[in-house]
Each structure stands twice: as structure tokens, then as C-alpha cells.
Design a protein around this ligand. Structure first.
Ligand code: PLP
Length: 409
């Protein structure tokens, strides 16, 4: 008899962004005249840069000719794209990676969810709190999280590491057993990031305790301060304990085009549930070969352009545009009397909610200013009392939203 995976039933009833979307839709229906400004969901608004568009067009043409047509590509990605990634994203920062340590995918969301196929069933998961919800929910689905506990404000079996203004958004090392630790820097949702010295503490802890770090650096392109690491592999020893997930979604506006990659160093070994020492790289490669037929040729050609000098310069302009929005949001909210964090090395601004109720603040902002953000409580118990605004809106909408908030109208 078929039985369904009961762990899905343990997921908290709604996904944060669908709650926000539902509330927004209901408000919009009741107030059709309201000109809403969306600063909630982290999606980009600026089009793909010209170098990418040119490469995409050329790749479409390739597909129209017998001599340049492409069917199935390599499961892990074309070598020309993997070598462009290795040289521009890693060699340029003094990190040596073999080309086959980089495995392409159609999104970091899939990768951070799928990566747990490498974990044994009884691994204890640690996450920062607040947290990008995908890390937790995917582990709930596979039975590693236990039930949601209202008193804990989280899942029974998950270890949460609070990151709040009290610890300057740098969580303490776990004080109980953790086998896999998800770290996200620059952080979604807080917009904060770590110095190399702070990140080194996590790497040293992982090496000493045989912990696997899943390092999500989807926002590394937004780092503006020189002392902040872009990759965990800038820290000595990290190749022995960390997997890094990256995405072109926010780096180059690929949210709708879909291209990401995960680095699993060959040095990364672990003892499996049968007591055998295994290579996580070989396992991840095997997984890709078995379950994935690669990112489309057209997309990979577009992605390749991101790593050319021309494409790189163009995406830097787009990133600068969003970071100018972040600056406008930060300074406007400060002027309006709010305490704000983030927005310097990430396109997210995390503000302290007066009164502390983040869903009430969501309603107030929507109702008074017609501005939509994301309540911190949706990212975890330690997110309560905070609110996320994104810098991805157009300049015009960012200025308008800030004008409404600062003028109190
Ligand atoms: N990781 C983090 C921290 C994110 O915020 C997001 C998207 O918002 C993703 C991963 C997903 O990236 P992708 O579009 O590549 O699936």
C-alpha cells in the first residue's frame, strides 16, 4: 500500500512569501486605488545586461544550425563556463579550485535543498535565526526537523543560532551537537555579513567537531567592504569542511533565467552511515549525473557572458544601482527615526520594528504608506521585532516609498 511522506504534514502551514502575497492581494482588492510599492520579495527588477542578451541571442542562433546545435550537455555544466567561474570568482581571490569541483544547476534554492541527500538521516541540523526558510523547510520534508514547537518557536530537532542586534548579528557557536551548519553570508534576511576573523571561528569549529558547513553566498557580489570575505574558501581549512552555493540570480539578474552552481571540494571527505570514508564531491557529482541533465546550453552561454570583462563591468553597474537604493533606504529610514541594519554589503535592510510586532508593522506600512516589506517573524523566532526591506525595486519606487515613510503620508 502506498503511504505518502508524512513529514510534509509537519511543515508550518504557510510559506512566508505566500502569506505576504495573500495579504497584499486582499488589500489590493479592497483598495484598488492604492499604488502599492513592493519591497518584500527579493526579486530583481533590472533587465539582463547587454552582454548577456547578446550571448543568449547568439546561443539561440547556434541551436538553429546543424553544426552548432546542442542536445544534452554535460551533467555538471560546460567546461567553458566552469573554467570562467573558477578563474573570475575564485582564482582572482587567490583560491585554487579544479574545474570539476564546480557543478552547475538551475538554482541555489534547489542546491541548498538537494544537498541534504548527502546527509545521513540522523544528522542534526543547525541554522541561523532568522534564516532563509528553504534550509529549514527542506529538512522538515525529509524528517530531520521533528515537529514545530510553539514554545521553542522552531522545530524540535533543529538547533537555532540567534543573530540579533544583541550579538551584532554574529551568532555564537553551537553549544549542543550539530552535524550540518547552514551559514548564509551576506545574510538574507538581515543584510549583515562576517569579517574573515568571524568566519574563521566557524571554520575552526567545523574542523574541530567534524561539522559540515553549507555556505550560501548568493549575495557575495553585493559586498562593498574590503575586509569581508566573498567565499568561505578564503579561510584556511574551509575546503575540508564546507560546501559553497552560489547563484547568478542576484549577481546578474538571472532569477527568471536560472543558473547557479555549487562547489564541493575534492578534499571534503566524511564517514558515511556504514562507516566508510567517502568523498562528498563524488557523491554530489553522482547525484547530478543521476538526477539532472544539466542547465540549458542557451542559459550557460548567457551565464558565460557574466564572467567576461564586458559582462562583469555591466553587472557591476546594476549592482551599484541596487546598492544606491539600499543607501537611500538606510538613510531615509534613519532620518525617519528607525534603527536599521544591513544594506552595506547586501541588498537587504533589516529594521527594528517600533513596538516589536513585525506582522502588525507589515499591516501598518501597507495600510498607511502602501509599501510592502517582509515581517521578520516569518524568518524565525529571532526575526520577530524586525522587518526586511529590499533594495531591488526601481529607483523611482524606492524614492517614492521612502518619501511616503519619511513624510508620514
Ligand atoms: N539563497 C538565498 C540566501 C536566497 O536569498 C535565494 C533567493 O532569494 C536563493 C538562495 C535562491 O537563489 P536561486 O534563484 O538561485 O534559486
Amino acid at each position: 500500500m502506498f503511504t505518502a511522506n508524512g513529514y510534509y504534514g509537519l511543515l508550518k502551514s504557510n510559506y512566508l512569501f505566500s502569506d505576504v502575497a495573500k495579504k497584499t492581494a486582499a488589500y489590493s482588492q479592497a483598495h484598488p486605488e492604492a499604488q502599492l510599492i513592493r519591497m518584500g520579495i527579493g526579486d530583481v527588477t533590472q533587465p539582463l545586461v547587454p552582454a548577456v542578451i547578446k550571448a543568449l541571442h547568439a546561443a539561440v542562433d547556434d541551436m538553429s544550425r546543424m553544426e552548432t546545435f546542442h542536445g544534452y550537455g554535460p551533467d555538471y555544466g560546460y567546461d567553458w563556463l566552469r573554467s570562467a567561474i573558477v578563474s573570475r570568482d575564485y582564482a582572482s581571490r587567490g583560491i585554487h579550485l579544479d574545474l570539476d569541483e564546480v557543478i552547475l544547476s538551475d538554482g541555489a534554492k534547489c542546491d541548498v535543498g538537494n544537498i541534504q541527500e548527502l546527509f545521513s538521516a540522523d544528522c542534526v541540523i543547525g541554522v541561523m535565526d532568522p534564516v532563509y526558510p528553504v534550509y529549514v523547510d527542506t529538512n522538515v520534508m525529509s524528517g530531520r526537523a521533528g515537529r514545530f514547537s510553539e514554545s521553542k518557536g522552531g522545530y524540535e530537532k533543529i538547533v537555532y543560532l540567534p543573530a540579533t542586534s544583541e550579538n551584532d548579528f554574529v551568532p555564537s557557536l553551537p553549544s549542543e551537537r550539530v552535524d550540518v551548519l547552514y551559514l548564509c553570508y551576506p545574510n538574507n534576511p538581515t543584510g549583515m555579513t562576517l569579517t574573515a576573523a568571524q568566519l574563521k571561528k566557524f571554520v575552526d569549529y567545523a574542523l574541530e567537531n567534524n561539522v559540515l558547513i553549507i555556505y550560501d553566498s548568493a549575495y557575495e557580489a553585493y559586498i562593498t567592504e574590503a575586509d569581508k570575505p566573498h567565499s568561505i574558501y578564503e579561510i584556511e581549512g574551509a575546503k575540508k569542511c564546507a560546501i559553497e552555493c552560489r547563484s547568478l540570480s542576484k549577481t546578474a539578474g538571472f532569477t527568471g533565467t536560472r543558473c547557479a552552481y555549487t562547489v564541493v571540494p575534492k578534499e571534503l571527505t566524511a564517514v558515511d552511515s556504514f562507516g566508510k570514508t567517502v568523498s562528498l564531491h563524488d557523491m554530489w557529482a553522482r547525484r547530478a549525473a543521476t538526477k539532472f541533465n544539466g542547465v540549458s546550453y542557451i542559459t550557460q552561454r548567457g551565464a558565460e557572458a557574466v564572467f567576461t570583462d564586458e559582462g562583469h563591468a555591466q553587472i557591476q553597474d546594476v549592482i551599484a544601482y541596487y546598492m544606491e537604493n539600499a543607501h537611500i533606504i538606510r538613510t531615509s529610514l534613519q532620518k525617519a527615526g528607525y534603527t536599521v541594519y544591513g544594506g552595506i554589503n547586501a541588498p537587504y535592510i533589516w529594521l527594528k520594528v517600533p513596538g516589536g510586532d513585525s506582522w502588525a508593522f507589515f499591516d501598518e506600512l501597507l495600510d498607511r504608506y502602501h509599501v510592502i516589506g517582509t515581517p521578520g517573524a516569518g524568518f524565525g523566532a529571532s526575526g520577530e521585532g524586525y522587518f526586511r526591506m529590499t533594495a531591488f525595486a526601481t529607483r523611482e519606487n524606492t524614492l517614492l516609498a521612502m518619501e511616503r515613510i519619511t513624510s508620514g503620508r
